[in-house]
Design a protein around this ligand. Structure first.
Ligand SMILES: Cc1ncc(COP(=O)(O)O)c(C=O)c1O
Length: 424
């Protein structure tokens, strides 16, 4: 059956103009394309703010935005204004957050292989917390302490051995994981003892992140139960449950909300014998659905009886998730957003790569032409941030829309940007 695009996959402030054109945050898609060019990431600012407020309410002890989902100065400033901290996984992410004016105390530094230089950066810049991931990192923290005599405030990342029911590349909580200290073989207990006894570490709690794009509440329940048990054993007050809440990408998918996730985690932690501070660090569930990508159709190739390839001006450089994880997306035409989509297409990019597929099986309104604006929704997380310059393609621009206004927050790259780091 030819379905319309589900409203649940679109930014909250999506509407339809009288002529059928999609409008985001009160701005017509064709006007955005004319003004900023395509491919274009369009973020609904009010949508993001609403998700931030929901997260702050669901985790009143503190919640950080996982900046790896999408980071630029504008988003860092926005989430900070809404009362969230920022989880940064590298000093690069920390740098961008700090440049946007986020207070260093609101940052939490992650990473399974933090160098001495990165730890020193955290110490010098007074970053709020570090999440310790390995015994080697603890040795480096001790070395740093011998220079600074300043302990680092820290959480210990544990790997609870919980199956997250998601793509293998985004599971992180199983025993067989490069991240954190394994609970099952007592590594976690050893690490906690070490950190508690070290002058170089001010240990305030535990952290676990079991994976990304998780739809089932069971995995969150199990992981929280394990964390609560450990926190009780060691008398540690803070328990960060990480991120990982899934979002629907396709018409037939659904997920629990940030509020429901918060309730599940708090319900379990209430059974603990000590008062715990429950914190979290969602990324995808804050920004994924807030954005769409607008492309221009350049080539249509029909192979009778096999498939129709539709090539747009973007590709795996603006969204590598399909090539990396086999992720699926929906497609629709900007000029007839509310019409049923009766044709099947395979949406591809412009790279010299057969794997440069954006949507393997997309539905589209039947009267597709070269020059049309084609939209993929739910591209706000792990699209722009995971993008690249492969084939020396220029990275797209990012705009925020709100109340009928658009503002450019990341400009489109220019050819000269491609030579920024060349030295000869
Ligand atoms: C440690 C950590 N926290 C939080 C997140 C955010 O996850 P999500 O975007 O799925 O909410 C990630 C993502 O990989 C992560 O590695």
């Amino acid at each position: 059956m030819a379905e319309r695009i589900s409203r649940a996959l679109l930014p909250d402030n999506t509407s339809i103009a009288d002529d059928g054109m999609a409008m985001f945050g009160g701005v017509r898609a064709d006007d955005l394309a004319r003004k900023f060019g395509t491919p274009l990431f369009v973020y609904d600012e009010e949508h993001i703010r609403r998700r931030c407020r929901e997260a702050v309410k669901a985790f009143p002890d503190g919640v950080s935005y996982a900046s790896k989902a999408f980071l630029c100065k504008a988003i860092a400033k926005l989430v900070s204004e809404e009362g969230m901290g920022l989880d940064v996984a590298t000093i690069g992410e920390a740098y961008v957050a700090l440049q946007s004016g986020v207070p260093p105390a609101d940052l939490t530094l992650h990473g399974n292989n933090k160098s001495l230089e990165e730890l020193r950066y955290a110490s010098e810049n007074k970053i709020g917390k570090v999440v310790i991931d390995s015994f080697d990192e603890m040795k480096r923290i001790e070395h740093l302490y011998s220079e600074t005599h300043e302990p680092l405030k820290a959480l210990i990342r544990v790997t609870p051995g919980v199956e997250a029911h998601t793509h293998k590349f985004v599971t992180t909580g199983e025993v067989d994981s490069k991240f954190g200290f394994t609970v099952q073989n007592s590594q976690a207990s050893e690490a906690i003892e070490w950190a508690k006894s070290s002058k170089s570490i001010d240990l305030v709690g535990l952290h676990a992140h079991i994976g990304s794009q998780i739809f089932t509440s069971d995995s969150f329940r199990k992981s929280t139960e394990i964390l609560v048990g450990l926190a009780e054993n060691f008398g540690l007050p803070e328990l960060c449950v990480g991120g990982g809440l899934g979002v629907p990408y396709l018409n037939n998918e659904s997920s629990i909300s940030i509020s429901e996730w918060g309730s599940i985690v708090h319900e379990i932690s209430k059974s603990a014998s000590l008062k715990l501070e429950i914190t979290a660090e969602p990324g995808r569930s804050i920004v994924a659905t807030s954005a769409v990508t607008i492309y221009t159709v350049g080539t249509i190739k029909e192979i009778e009886g096999i498939r129709t390839y539709v090539a747009v001006d973007g590709g795996m450089h603006d969204n590598p998730r399909p090539a990396l994880y086999g992720s699926d997306y929906e497609t629709f035409l900007a000029r007839s957003i509310d019409e049923p989509r009766e044709s099947k297409i395979t949406l591809v990019g412009k790279h010299c790569e057969s794997g440069d597929v954006l949507v393997q099986q997309g539905d589209i309104q039947g009267d597709l032409n070269v020059g049309d604006l084609l939209v993929t929704p739910v591209t706000g997380a792990y699209g722009h941030s995971m993008g690249s310059n492969y084939n020396k393609v220029l990275r797209p621009a990012v705009v925020f829309v709100r109340g009928g206004e658009s503002r450019l927050v990341v400009r489109r790259e220019e050819l000269s940007d491609l030579l920024n780091s060349d030295v000869t």
